[in-house]
Design a protein around this ligand. Structure first.
Ligand SMILES: Nc1nc2c(ncn2[C@@H]2O[C@H](COP(=O)(O)OP(=O)(O)OP(=O)(O)O)[C@@H](O)[C@H]2O)c(=O)[nH]1
Ligand SMILES: [Mg+2]
Length: 311
């Protein structure tokens, strides 16, 4: 039976709903989500397998969620941009995600410009249509974008409400080249659980804290010991200043406890084991400006150290 497979990059400005869309299309929570811009910091792969009943041919859609397109002002920001460029390289299709209720701005322009030399089929995906009062708001937006690029398809959706996603999946599948699947059918990501756990802890920090703290925080899992019944995790939350550390720990350790408990519940759900988490908070002044530190955060690189590869 013929099948289609290919790589599909989800691109767009911060907060457009890229990670929400990835999770919705794959049907699992692979990427963390928050109302704060610049939540995603690295590319995240998620695999959706479509049976013949849902598309013309069975298809494997390999989605890559990316950090939001913005003008970088730190080593972290530049690394995020590299992650986007790497995700775009050689992909078969791109979903350019638009935050439809918001006015287009330079970040949307920048995202379009990144596609200028790309051979990929570009879908204009207008997200958050549930927030639009009346469909007449959509048409002028579509007209505006139509003048800027030759889009393969234009699809309005609500990633949050799962509206329009079946049509989107079908159209993506039809745009992919005829090829056998790249991944086994039961695989949904390439991201090891250890790093998903770090992201879940970071998501809890993003949700629980405000102002500068979400941006000045990162999480590294120091140890991850999985047994069939219990997973023991030790992780460090890094921030940039003593004051931030105080807030992250909270009065009598309350904040850290809250972050740990909610992260534990989510990780238990993901792993299907009991989880024991030990959290630490450390100050790493200006880590976002440190190229070395930012490189160390890359899980692919951490994995190389852990497995001893590349030594
Ligand atoms: N109303 C509505 N909200 C949405 C929709 N899709 C996403 N959101 C919300 O938009 C916010 C941002 O969603 P994310 O998926 O984290 O956005 P993102 O594009 O991945 O953001 P970055 O990782 O920062 O680039 C969250 O509060 C989501 O719940 C949608 O279709 N409708
Ligand atoms: Mg995201």
């Amino acid at each position: 039976m013929p099948s289609r497979s290919g790589f599909v990059c989800i691109l767009g400005r911060p907060n457009a709903g890229k990670s929400t869309l990835l999770n919705a299309l794959v049907g699992e929570k692979l990427a963390i989500i928050s109302p704060k811009p610049q939540t995603t910091r690295n590319r995240i792969l998620g695999i959706a397998n479509l049976p013949k009943a849902k598309a013309q041919d069975p298809a494997q859609i390999i989605l890559i969620d990316t950090p939001g397109v913005h003008k970088p002002d730190s080593s972290l920001g530049r690394k995020m941009l590299v992650e986007i460029r790497e995700a775009l390289e050689g992909c078969d299709a791109v979903l350019l995600l638009i935050d439809a209720p918001q006015k287009p701005d330079v970040r949307d322009e920048f995202a379009l410009r990144m596609l200028k030399d790309s051979k990929a089929k570009v879908f204009l995906v207008l997200n958050k249509i549930d927030l639009l009062k009346g469909k007449d708001k959509l048409l002028p937006l579509i007209e505006q974008y139509k003048n800027l690029h030759q889009f393969h398809e234009i699809v309005p959706i609500s990633a949050l409400r799962h509206d329009g996603l079946d049509i989107l999946l079908k159209q993506i599948a039809m745009a992919l080249p005829a090829a056998p699947p790249y991944f086994p059918e039961d695989q949904i990501t390439d991201q090891p659980a250890r790093f998903m756990a770090a992201e879940i802890i970071r998501e809890r920090v993003l949700i629980e804290t405000s102002e500068e703290i979400p941006y000045a925080t990162t999480v590294i899992v120091d140890s991850f010991d999985e047994t069939p019944k219990l997973t023991r995790i030790a992780a460090t939350i890094y921030c940039e200043r003593e004051g931030q550390k105080g807030i992250l720990i909270g009065k009598k350790g309350e904040m850290l406890k809250r972050i740990g408990t909610s992260a534990r519940l989510q990780i238990e759900k993901m792993l299907g084991t009991k989880v024991f988490i030990e959290l630490f908070v450390k100050v790493q002044p200006n880590w976002r400006q440190s190229r070395n530190f930012v490189e160390e955060l890359d899980w692919r690189r951490q994995l190389e150290h852990l497995t001893g590869a590349g030594q």
